[in-house]
Design a protein around this ligand. Structure first.
Ligand code: SF4
Length: 210
């Protein structure tokens, strides 16, 4: 189903996901490259598995713990032969992005609010249950902002009644290009807080109780 959706979208032109541009050049030639790249001699890769390695390190060669971070290296092109390889490569870059988008449009992607996620934590993360709404807001702002943190579009709130107040409305808008370029993009959706945010919440609670 995901491959079919990709195939359909690519008949209408190039597609954009996060920092990537995906283009069909002919019936058996697909290209994935960074949208903002301007390297005249990029390294060419010819298999989907290379995406895993590319996605692992940022443009300074440092490990990328967060797949949505806006810091993919810019000096490469991935040339692939089948739509299946395109799907596989996209999943290395942005796991579940296309599947999440399909589920969202069908009304099947149910977000989990931050308070629910934190209330489920055990062990060393149990302390995050004590985070105040103000602290939560601050931690989300620092961790999730699109320019320096993460390109995912957030679907959840602090709790059912309390939205996140310190990020711009676009951060929650699935039609907004999180790179701010106003291109149509397939959004990389965040339906539930990731481990990095939970760890940041823990640090915030611990610091406030010192
Ligand atoms: S919680 Fe979601 S938006 Fe925030 S950093 Fe994690 S994956 Fe990105």
């Amino acid at each position: 189903m995901i491959s079919k959706e990709l195939e359909h979208l690519l008949t209408q032109g190039p597609i954009r996901v996060g920092e990537l541009l995906v283009e069909r050049l002919s019936s058996d030639r697909f290209e994935i490259r960074p949208r903002q790249a301007n390297d005249p001699n990029p390294t060419i890769f010819k298999d989907a598995i290379s995406a895993r390695q590319i996605a692992k390190y940022d443009r300074n060669g440092k490990y990328r713990p967060l797949k949505g971070a806006p810091n993919l290296s810019q000096d490469w092109v991935l040339m692939l032969q089948t739509i299946e390889e395109v799907r596989e490569a996209l999943d290395y870059f942005y796991p579940g992005a296309v599947a999440g988008w399909i589920a969202y449009r069908r009304g099947e992607l149910v977000p989990t609010h931050l308070r629910q996620t934190l209330n489920r934590q055990t062990g060393m993360y149990r302390i995050t249950r004590r985070i105040t709404p103000e602290q939560a807001d601050q931690v989300v702002c620092m961790t999730c902002r699109s320019d320096t943190g993460c390109l995912r579009t957030i679907l959840w709130k602090i709790d059912a009644y309390r939205p996140i107040s310190c990020l711009p409305p676009e951060k929650f808008d699935v039609s907004y290009d999180q790179l701010g370029r106003e291109d149509f993009t397939i959004p990389f959706l965040c339906a539930e807080a990731c481990n990095l945010l939970v760890a940041a919440a823990r640090a915030a609670v611990k610091n406030s109780s010192k």
